[in-house]
Design a protein around this ligand. Structure first.
Ligand SMILES: Nc1ncnc2c1ncn2[C@@H]1O[C@H](COP(=O)(O)OP(=O)(O)OP(=O)(O)O)[C@@H](O)[C@H]1O
Ligand SMILES: [Mg+2]
Length: 470
């Protein structure tokens, strides 16, 4: 009997629930007395009122003076003072519009946008975008430290939550732009916990840009080729570097090539610069053949041109060896730009394997050795994938026009470019010539638009270079 019982118990025991512990401890919940909550609210109100005059001195000052005037002089005094102030502002606006814009209009706008757009929508947008953090049931939000306005964009200075990183913002630029109703958003990292969010108020590059005036004495290290989003001229360095322009068909690569050629045309006339052009499609550069020292279109002649460039470069390097380390453009040793439209035609698509190999060798030699002896390769490419152009990394400067896929952005502009707001894959197809570049001295990509060089502009450039233009 006993034996049967113990056998039954032995069968039941393994499945029976065993409590993890006999006693459970929990932190007791203590109700916060109402007086503490009230005191907390009062403290926040007092702190807000104390900080207000320092954050908005002009607005608080204006209200304070108005109240004081009303108190001491009544409505009439207040009306007279406001009329005088309005008249002063009117004269200021008419007489010195720029200073009025910077000191009054943009500051008022910044205050308005701080309150109406950013402060009002901050919490919902950041929570939905996943940028608010929670710890012990409390929510921690990044803090707005200030809003400033430029003529075209709002800049919101933000102190991020400790324990998060600026990269969290960089990954959510699309959500932030949508959340605050801006066409785009760019994140600038100012410190370990400080970032600036830049929200354009409208697209400054929406309208095509006419061909820029031809500089009389062009700086080959800063050729004007278009406009940056902030309205500044976009200058392109050719001397001392190589430039690769990447974009899908119709992205406007031609306008970048032509803007650069046009900008240096006075140097071509003076004989201190030369353009050697290769146009496999015969649709882009063939129109301005008269400007080029050498020109090729089919595979065989293009490779011959590239190899001639390599030979000229090596001859120059031979002469410079041990004597000169920097190239200065002269009529004897002109700065030579090899402009290559659709470089993949030679390096990947040409049916002749030998042509592909020779072209690739020549381009690799020119890009790796030409910089300091005054040879530059300015190339255009539709597809940036590695298998199409192995030489991508030999071009120090790259321009990303409209691209097919998000992953191509970092291929062109370098790792992290897309996180910093270079959304080249989102560029509107209606905006040819718009792209992203990294300007010297800054890792933040800048949105730019190349000037559109029409056939008439090319004719004018050719005539000017030949000395028959006006
Ligand atoms: N900077 C620009 N501003 C305004 N319109 C432009 C600009 N660049 C190009 N376009 C327009 O877009 C069209 C296509 O441009 P473009 O031929 O330069 O493209 P692409 O990138 O060279 O294309 P593909 O790879 O097919 O040669 C042009 O015919 C022109 O009408
Ligand atoms: Mg083209």
């Amino acid at each position: 009997m006993l034996g049967r019982k113990s056998a039954g118990a032995a069968q039941v025991q393994p499945t029976a629930p065993v409590p993890a512990q006999s006693f459970r401890f929990a932190t007791p919940v203590v109700q916060t007395p109402g007086v503490f909550i009230l005191a907390g609210w009062m403290w926040r109100l007092v702190r807000f009122l104390l900080v207000l005059p320092f954050r908005f001195p002009v607005a608080v000052g204006t209200v304070a003076v108005s109240v004081a005037l009303w108190y001491f002089t009544g409505w009439l005094g207040l009306a007279v003072a406001w009329s005088i102030a309005d008249a002063v502002l009117l004269v200021w606006w008419r007489r010195w519009p720029r200073s009025f814009r910077d000191r009054v209009a943009l500051r008022v706008l910044a205050g308005w946008r701080w309150a109406w757009i950013y402060q009002r929508h901050w919490q919902p947008v950041l929570v939905v975008a996943g940028l608010a953090e929670s710890y012990l049931e409390r929510q921690y939000l990044p803090r707005i430290r200030g809003v400033t306005c430029s003529a075209w964009a709002d800049r919101v200075r933000v102190r991020i939550v400790a324990g998060t990183s600026p990269a969290d913002f960089q990954k959510r630029v699309t959500e932030l732009a949508h959340g605050f109703g801006a066409p785009s958003c760019r994140v600038e990292v100012r410190g370990p916990r400080d970032v600036v969010l830049e929200f354009p108020r409208y697209d400054t590059l929406a309208d095509p840009i006419d061909a820029l005036p031809i500089p009389e004495e062009p700086d080959l290290a800063a050729l004007p080729v278009g406009v940056c989003e902030d309205g500044e001229v976009w200058t392109l360095r050719l001397h001392g570097t190589h430039v690769l322009t990447v974009g899908v068909t119709g992205a406007g690569k031609g306008s970048v090539l032509w803007s650069a050629i046009r900008a240096m045309s006075s140097a071509i006339t003076a004989g201190i610069a030369e353009v050697w052009a290769i146009d496999p499609k015969r649709m882009e550069l063939s129109y301005g053949r008269a400007l080029f020292a050498r020109y090729a279109d089919d595979g065989e002649s293009a490779v011959a041109l590239l190899e001639a460039a390599v030979a000229a470069m090596q001859e120059r390097a031979e002469r410079y060896a041990g004597r000169q380390r920097i190239h200065t453009p002269t009529t004897r040793d002109p700065f030579t730009v090899i402009v290559l439209d659709e470089v993949a035609f030679l390096t990947a698509y040409h049916p002749d394997r030998d042509i592909r190999r020779r072209a690739e060798n020549a381009i690799a030699t020119l890009t790796s050795q030409g910089r300091s002896v005054g040879f530059c390769v300015l190339a255009a490419l539709q597809d940036p994938r590695k298998e199409v152009l192995n030489l991508r990394n030999l071009f120090p400067d790259k321009i990303a026009l409209r691209l097919d896929e998000a992953s191509q952005v970092d291929m062109v502009l370098g790792e992290g470019a897309r996180d910093r707001g270079a959304n080249a894959h989102l560029i509107d197809p209606e905006l040819p010539g718009v792209g992203f570049v990294k300007l010297e001295g800054s890792p933040v990509p800048v949105r730019v638009r190349a000037a559109f060089v029409s056939d008439a502009d090319i004719d004018h450039t050719t005539a000017t270079a030949a000395g028959t233009g006006e």
